[in-house]
Design a protein around this ligand. Sequence first.
Ligand SMILES: NC(=O)C1=CN([C@@H]2O[C@H](COP(=O)(O)OP(=O)(O)OC[C@H]3O[C@@H](n4cnc5c(N)ncnc54)[C@H](OP(=O)(O)O)[C@@H]3O)[C@@H](O)[C@H]2O)C=CC1
Ligand SMILES: O=C(CO)[C@H](O)[C@H](O)COP(=O)(O)O
Length: 465
Amino acid sequence: MNAIGMFGLGVMGANLALNMANQGEKVAVYNYTSDLTDAFQEKHPHENITAYYELADFIQSLEKPRKIFLMVTAGTVVDSVIESLVPLLDQGDIIMDGGNSNFQDSNRRYHDLKEKGFHFIGVGVSGGEEGALNGPALMPSGDKAAYQHVAPILEKIAAQVDGKPCCSYLGKEGAGHYVKMVHNGIEYADMQLITEAYQFLRERLGLDVHEIAAIFTEWNKGELESYLMEITADILTRVDEETNQPMVDVILDKSEQKGTGKWTSQNALDMGVPLTIVTESVFMRFLSNVKEERMTAEKELAGPDSLLEQADKDEWIELVRQALFMGKISTYAQGFYQYKQASEQYGWDLQLDDIALIFRGGCIIRAGILNEISSAFQADKTLSNLFLSPYFKTILNTYQNAMRKVVIKGMETGLALPCFNASLVYYDGYRSGKSGANLIQAQRDYFGAHTLERIDKEGHVHIEW
Ligand SMILES: NC(=O)C1=CN([C@@H]2O[C@H](COP(=O)(O)OP(=O)(O)OC[C@H]3O[C@@H](n4cnc5c(N)ncnc54)[C@H](OP(=O)(O)O)[C@@H]3O)[C@@H](O)[C@H]2O)C=CC1
Ligand SMILES: O=C(CO)[C@H](O)[C@H](O)COP(=O)(O)O
């Protein structure tokens, strides 16, 4: 009998199946069309893997309770696959979905399957092709008792950091896919922040790609240590063999997306959470796509004349490093604040320190900063915003000066730095004991008699303007 079944042999499914098999598990594999199954068998023959061409045979080969891991295109495909599986299952069998599914779909699937006597475990998976094979970060959720059946396999195939698996039970329903969704939002913001640092260094300080690659490699040894920093340095060293140009210069500047960053921002709006940095990064992807309009506007619309002249390069490089780290801290502060709000609003009891531990290995946003984030939430379980933890507060109190200088210089010289700017705006807004919202309340009450609260009395009142 096989310990687990992998449904879907695309990029991720194939590599996860191999990972499971390499860890000594007997794995049954199945794909909707036979072409991928044939290709998989030919490319990756493995003593622990058996391929099946009939769905019923695939299901019958599994130990009970059956554990089936779906790694298929997110959306309606997951529903149609579940529909095809259900008649073949027994009560208590477990379906896991490892795709980038919308957490609301996972909530629905969890309850639908529970009603029918089956278990649904949504598993956020991060790490791409390489991570899937050698150790991804896994974010599982669903019934805790059902999770215990799959935990030995999931925790074995996950990345391991300091002897701990980057996988732990996160909560009920689709909490795991929720955590993955916000992870991807943070991923978008992280990428945009690095891009803004790169643009500043290249277009305002006049550094070439190789100099910037060397700077990023150096930064990657300190506070900014992260997978995205590392791969960006690597990307910048690559030369296109056809043109002999830096590879980055021959890539069209229109960025695509599959939608998880947008979902994160949509959910932040639904919950009333200020997720400004991720949202700016989503908007910048949209703006990048109107390439032709941007090319026209470049000729039509005026900007400032000034470039950064006679700059002290070393001083500016350090300012950009500090600004980038502040942007990163702010992104995580907003993302983890969103987790905290979601946990309360959806009743999931998310453990923020555990989430940070999961992200330390295997996933795209893995970074040194996650140890400090985990420690901050471990030290104070009620911490509402990372900005107020002793470690991050000390850094922000210093680095905010650098961020101001970089943002101002970007504005003066006409370089859009939306995520750097959003980070500073959030910082200044958050540290303002007095906001301008009293005037907004007055305006609302003036034109619409919406009522307002006074600082000196209880309750809502309307003022006769
Ligand atoms: N690539 C990545 O880096 C990551 C991807 N993910 C997520 O993992 C999931 C899979 O991604 P990935 O492996 O990259 O995708 P691929 O495109 O490589 O594979 C898609 C899989 O879905 C199957 N599929 C598509 N349509 C159907 C259908 N109608 N019925 C049954 N099966 C179907 C395909 O089978 P067939 O050949 O028969 O069409 C194939 O096995 C997605 O949700 C993705 O967002 C998560 C983390 C990282
Ligand atoms: O889930 C992932 C990693 O964690 C994918 O790489 C991510 O979905 C890529 O997103 P997009 O295509 O929207 O940039």
